[in-house]
Ligand binder design. Structure first.
Ligand SMILES: [Zn+2]
Length: 273
């Protein structure tokens, strides 16, 4: 049964893995080994996250960020060890940092100055040892320049952040998101990289978006087929053979939603190249 602590709802996924969902439908995860735990993303709740983590795990807890967007990292200043993919740190000063600042203010939160110099850079294919368990780093550029997926091979789980959305659609319209052809290239590489994990359970950065609702009956839990359909969707849009399903405005930017199979994407016309 799920447990609620303030704005956080906790679900135990397996004996040493918890999913935590915030009231803003952000999903973060706690993965514990015998020696240390990794927290994957932080959400952006106003209330501190660490007391909740401490109620589940009393050993060393380090933070991994699937990517540096506000809703995944706002509470990262509670952690003394913060790791991101090297390409994400490289894109911080010019691209991602300003977006996080603006997103914080737009969400009514106080923008923070993060201790970027202390962040640890991870590389593609790194293996992170938790004691009796390993998390494997898989680069997944596109949504941001240094988005990463983490594979928990022992528990059969993939933590996918926003690399291809969370089951409803992928947001690819923002500054820092790849253009569509570069995203398709990245998805083609990912299909190869993820093939050994194709039956793993995928846990995205907003996992409630994978539950069908009246507002979004197309929502589906993320699977390997989502990634394959997303790659095909990019090709259909680039080939000009697919019309947008709808128009929408996000932060006053005009966007288009396209859909193919289990995948959907939201982007500007300028990204279609
Ligand atoms: Zn994101």
């Amino acid at each position: 049964m799920n447990k609620r602590v303030g704005p956080y709802e906790i679900e135990q996924i397996c004996p040493a893995v918890w999913a935590v969902d915030t009231d803003a439908d952000e999903s973060l995860y706690l993965v514990c080994g015998s020696e240390r735990a990794y927290v994957i993303d932080t959400g952006s709740a106003a209330e501190p996250l660490m007391p909740l983590i401490r109620s589940l795990w009393d050993g060393p807890a380090e933070l991994l960020l699937t990517h540096a967007h506000f809703d995944h990292m706002y509470r990262s200043d509670e952690f003394s060890s913060v790791s991101l993919l090297d390409a994400e740190i490289a894109a911080w000063a010019k691209t991602l940092g300003p977006i996080v600042w603006i997103s914080s203010a737009a969400s009514g939160k106080c923008p923070k100055r993060y201790p970027v110099k202390t962040w640890r850079a991870l590389r593609d294919a790194d293996a992170l040892d938790l004691g009796g368990k390993t998390l494997r780093v898989i680069a997944a550029r596109g949504h941001t320049p240094g988005s990463m997926i983490l594979a928990d091979e022992e528990d059969g789980l993939l933590f996918t952040g926003d690399a291809f959305g969370s089951g409803s659609f992928a947001w690819m319209w923002m500054p820092g998101c790849s253009c569509l052809s570069a995203y398709r290239d990245s998805l083609r590489e990912l299909l190869v990289r993820l093939a050994p994990y194709r039956d793993f359970r995928m846990l995205g950065g907003h996992r409630r978006q994978g539950v069908p609702t009246q507002a979004d009956p197309h929502a589906r839990p993320l699977t390997y087929a989502t990634v394959a359909d997303m790659e095909k969707l990019c090709g259909e849009i680039l080939g000009g053979s697919l019309a947008p399903e709808s128009e929408e405005r996000n932060f006053s930017v005009k966007n288009y939603l396209y859909r193919y199979g289990d995948a959907a994407i939201v982007l500007t016309k300028e990204k279609i190249k």
